[in-house]
Design a protein. Structure first.
Length: 332
């Protein structure tokens, strides 16, 4: 009799625990986010679906580190934003799970994992921010292509971030290798980095220093966004005519999520026209879908995008950075 009661009690306890977990998670999502204005995104999604989102902002590198540490007991459901190289690593480490949203077909195949482990919600475009006042005072023409920046006339007039710490800078280095080929690419980078006196840790700092007139050209993410946020600054944006570098900013479902249905709804929403408009309001980036971009943001079809192999350069990251360090030890 005692054995029967114990089994009955255990069964009821398990059922109650399962039901409690379901009820606790049904109307809530947890999200690690490396994207602008997460409070706006969370509020809009809750309004559209009734599902509350609790979020924790951090860089994509920090997300990756946290997911590894929490892999035995995941504490989040969604990962939004950051560099695709981190998502590629997360896939290899078994930290995210595949989901092919019906809306993923609206995203170019180059900007989504073929198995659905991650899908871009927007694109971060690497461009040039040029301070026209400083250029004029130094007799420099506004550059229109990558080759212009390697001219000796731009000695100490170009500022960039460090590819070891900045996704923008790593995309620039690896994208140049993709564009010109590795042999010619490194030869070009030798000349380009000969014009760069030092490297910044953050990808956003070169834009700030260019706006302030400390440099003529900054290699920056989304230069149009910097221009929009500094309407009175004497700066112009340039997307090199010989090839524009861009990397996807994805969304993914975390392995071990306690709310798979809610997580799928978030992915669907983020790729829908409604969700895409909210994401563009949160951060004025080039949309990953066919939706019209916000005013001042370039359209994907107007950019001469380099066919960047995200998987190749994600896997080659360590070797590329090792070569970079050996070539430019004075910049490390």
């Amino acid at each position: 009799m005692i054995k029967r009661i114990s089994i009955f009690t255990l069964t009821i306890t398990v059922l109650i625990s399962s039901m409690s977990g379901a009820f606790a998670d049904e109307g809530k999502l947890n999200m690690y986010v490396a994207y602008g204005k997460p409070e706006l995104i969370a509020s809009a999604f809750e309004k559209a679906t009734g599902i509350k989102v609790e979020f924790l902002p951090m860089s994509s590198g920090e997300v990756l580190t946290r997911l590894k540490a929490e892999s035995a007991n995941p504490r989040t459901d969604i990962w939004l934003g950051g560099g695709s190289d981190a998502f590629i690593q997360a896939k290899a480490d078994g930290l995210i799970v595949p989901y092919l949203s019906p809306n993923s077909e609206r995203v170019n195949q180059a900007f989504r994992d073929p198995e659905g482990y991650w899908t871009a919600v927007s694109l971060v475009v690497v461009g040039l921010l040029v301070n026209t006042d400083r250029a004029q005072s130094r007799g420099l023409a506004v550059p229109s292509k990558w080759e212009d920046l390697a001219d000796g006339a731009f000695k100490d007039e170009v500022i960039s971030s460090n590819p070891r710490t900045s996704g923008t800078a790593y995309t620039t280095v690896s994208g140049i290798l993709q564009l010109f080929g590795e042999k010619e690419g490194w030869s070009y980078l030798d000349r380009l980095y000969g014009n760069i006196p030092f490297l910044e840790k953050s990808g956003s700092t070169p834009g700030t220093k260019t706006v302030q007139g400390e440099f003529t050209v900054g290699l920056v993410p989304d230069p149009h966004s910097i221009k929009m946020n500094n309407p009175d600054a004497t700066v112009v944006t340039v997307f090199p005519e010989d090839g524009v570098l861009a990397w996807p900013s994805p969304v993914a479902i975390v392995a071990g999520t306690k709310n798979m249905e809610g997580a799928k709804k978030f992915v669907d929403w983020s790729l829908s026209p409604e969700g895409q408009k909210v994401l563009m309001e949160a951060s004025p980036r080039v949309p990953a879908t066919d939706i019209e971009p916000s005013s001042g943001v370039p359209s994907l079809k107007d950019l001469n995008l380099v066919p960047y192999d995200h998987l190749k350069w994600g896997e080659a990251r360590d070797s590329v950075l090792e070569e970079f360090g050996s070539r430019y030890p004075h910049l490390n």
